[in-house]
Design a protein around this ligand. Structure first.
Ligand code: SF4
Length: 696
């Protein structure tokens, strides 16, 4: 340590990265600068942090931080550093001109789910009140909107039904499509903790991940066949009389239709379609349905599909048919990817939603929010389109200007060639970020904003537990909070009085009021309570309400009839067809050292040392040796990557992690087909071929 670091202050906060939201202390020296991290005995993580969490602090005072607004009038010019007045005046003038010439909907906004909830609330309000555009969406659209859609359909509420702690109380844990050990490393303590207490572990994943290796049953199914598998499991549960008929009769609707539909999915059909043994279907059915308490958790592996909503519904059908809901150790959850993946979709930055998860097309909901925002309800725009659809509209010049906040579509969106075409067609693009991401590097204006350690605010983790992040240092000179930037822009657009916020605390108070009376009720949650308790799960309607860590304990869902609405699911094949030219499956995902588009983690020394570049995971049967150059080609693009030869992947699949830009971008290869219900892209399956390459 340097001498000035011996007088440190420990600021309690949470990790900025994934949806587990581990507690940590940031170490602050006597000059007020963040210089390290300490474990924190928060009950989410009990002192544990993963490699990303340990390295997160390094980005706060990283030499790559943007510290002055950047501006250029054409992409042919280099950026020049300008003052805030010039950058904001220019941005407001471009917004006004584009909207005057082409209409309000010609300007769009894209937010992010790593932002604090206060900022996600402001993104939605800014789009609807300052821009008055219908075109606002966010990068959670790429994350778990299919799970959200399924939760709403089945339960009338969009969140995990149980807290992480319930995993330790279950007798059978089913993990579907989640590489927990790498994507949510600290959550592994719950998975292996359950095993250590004697619970059975079932993992459904095309890859033999760390948790799959320790499972009682690992179902290495073909990517894109989840609905067949789970329908077949339910088929066996029905045939063997293992359903909870009393539970189904009292607490559900739609069971007769679901029961009839799964008759068409015998284990042999699953064996043929999923490429597994029929006996595994029977084994999973018996293991899950006979456990006194069983739970299922899933993530992007079953959600990133053109039938993402339906895949999640098949898991809900299984939990419900076996009576596993609303009890300690019995239930269901989806593991959110981004730190605020849950909170990011609750407060109005999603194309179809207003704060509190209200529908933007519902007249009563519009009236309620218009009253809080002090505007005429007729001035609220209607629902817009999803993130990938917006990029298509940019390419067709239906959207001509864009503000991006905390996202990096040049790495994270599928079919990157079409993404670049969309952004290239924009007449004006402003991006808020603290590093010059690949997307920011393409903008006309870049506005340097704070990291999570330089502001306060809340996030909701994968349990829907709202936690408080605290400010550990002042931002570097020249940097402003996203809140300040949006309020200043709103002032220049003539609606400053609607954005008279000093900081996050005032925004949170308005957010609480805007959520009151909805299912996503934050009204009883205050900063003070969060600091005292370490986190409160919504709904929390009043100051004396303890929050709701576990749903459905009173036997009722959040539908008006209080029942689970079971849904029939019929499988359909993935969107990108196989043929002789593209005979294999490409599936993509994350690796432990990096986070999402890598804009943060690709700059952090320890993480880059651990994982400097991507690779293609291939089965030994293809004749490659580890390190050999392999050309990976789909109908959209081609890239050369070093082979990682392993028996942990199916022989008919290859896997590529997606955290890097071109020329090694996995998303140069992926397909931009969308789930028609949730508009989530089908990242997890497309047709591919692999060939030996000359060199890397
Ligand atoms: Fe951060 Fe997630 Fe790692 Fe916890 S598990 S330290 S929240 S990245």
């Amino acid at each position: 340590w340097r001498a000035d670091q011996t007088e440190q202050t420990l600021v309690p906060t949470h990790c900025c990265f994934c949806g587990v939201q581990c507690g940590m202390y940031l170490r602050v020296d006597r000059h007020g600068k963040v210089f390290g991290v300490e474990p924190r005995n928060h009950d989410i993580n009990r002192m544990r942090l993963c490699p990303k969490g340990i390295n997160a602090y390094q980005q706060v005072n990283h030499p790559d931080r943007l510290t002055a607004p950047l501006l250029r009038t054409s992409r042919d010019e280099p950026f020049r550093e300008v003052g805030w007045e010039e950058a904001l005046d220019h941005t407001a003038e471009r917004i006004r001109r584009i909207q005057a010439e082409h209409g309000r909907d010609a300007f769009g906004m894209l937010g992010g789910a790593s932002l604090f909830s206060e900022k996600t609330y402001l993104v939605g309000k800014f789009a609807r009140v300052a821009l008055r555009t219908r075109h606002v969406d966010y990068n959670g659209r790429l994350c778990m909107v299919s799970a959200a859609g399924a939760n709403k359909l089945a339960f009338g509420i969009d969140r995990a039904a149980n807290p992480f702690a319930d995993i330790l109380r279950t007798d059978c844990l089913l993990i579907a499509g989640s590489n927990v050990g790498e994507c949510f490393p600290v959550m592994t303590q719950y998975v292996w903790g359950a095993r250590d207490r004697g619970a059975k572990l079932i993992v459904v994943d095309p890859r033999e991940t760390a948790i799959a290796r320790t499972a009682d049953v690992h179902v290495a199914l073909r990517s894109g066949t989840d609905a067949v598998f789970f329908n077949a499991v339910l088929h066996v549960v029905v045939k063997e009389g293992l359903t909870d008929e009393a539970f189904l009769a009292e607490r559900t609707t739609g069971w007769a239709e679901v029961r009839r539909a799964v008759e068409a999915y015998p284990p042999q059909r699953a064996a043929e379609t999923c490429g597994i043994l029929a006996g595994q279907v029977v084994e999973v059915a018996r293991m899950f349905a006979t456990a006194p308490r069983a739970m299922a958790w899933h993530a992007r592996g079953i959600e990133h599909h053109t039938q993402g909503v339906e895949n999640c519904l098949t898991v809900i059908n299984l939990c419900t048919a076996t009576g596993n809901l609303g009890r300690p150790g019995a239930g269901y959850g989806t593991i959110t990817g981004q730190g605020n993946g849950q909170g990011g979709r609750e407060h109005g930055q999603k194309a179809d939603l207003l704060p509190g998860g209200r529908s933007i097309n519902d007249p009563a909901h519009r009236r309620q929010i218009a009253a809080i925002w002090g505007i005429d309800e007729d001035d609220l725009p209607p629902a817009g389109t999803s993130m990938v659809e917006m990029v298509g509209q940019m390419g067709r010049r239906e959207i001509r200007g864009l503000i991006g906040v905390c996202n990096n579509p040049f790495v994270s969106l599928p079919n990157l060639r079409s993404v670049r075409a969309g952004y290239d067609a924009l007449e004006f693009h402003a991006q808020l970020d603290f590093f010059l991401s690949e997307t920011a590097a393409d903008a006309h204006v870049v506005l340097p904003v704070t990291t999570w350690a330089e502001d306060e605010g809340v996030m909701a983790n994968a349990e829907a537990r709202v936690v408080k992040h605290n400010k550990a240092q002042e931002p570097p000179e020249g940097v402003r909070t996203d809140t300040w930037v949006l309020c200043e822009l709103a002032r220049r657009l003539g609606v400053g009085e609607k954005f008279a916020f000093e900081g996050s605390r005032e925004v949170f108070d308005e957010l609480r009021r805007a959520s009151a009376g909805t299912v996503i009720d934050y009204y009883g949650i205050t900063y003070e309570r969060l600091e005292e308790t370490g986190g409160i799960a919504w709904p929390c309607p009043g100051p004396d309400h303890p929050g709701t860590p576990r749903l459905f304990e009173d036997g009722r869902t959040y539908h008006p009839d209080g029942k689970v609405h079971l849904q029939v699911v019929e499988w359909h094949p993935p969107a990108d067809p196989y043929d002789e030219q593209y005979p294999m499956t490409l599936t993509t995902g994350r690796t432990v050292a990096h986070f999402l588009s890598g804009n943060q983690t690709r700059r952090l020394g320890g993480l880059v040392e651990q994982t400097p570049r991507p690779w293609v995971e291939v089965h030994p049967s293809h004749g490659f040796r580890t390190g050999d150059p392999v050309r990976v080609t789909t109908r959209r693009g081609s890239t050369v990557l070093p082979a990682l030869v392993t028996e942990a992947i199916r022989a008919d699949h290859v896997f590529v992690p997606y955290h890097w830009p071109v020329p090694v971008a996995a998303n140069e290869l992926t397909v931009d087909a969308l789930d028609p219900r949730s508009k989530i892209p089908e990242y997890k399956v497309c047709a591919v071929r692999i060939d030996p390459a000359e060199a890397l």
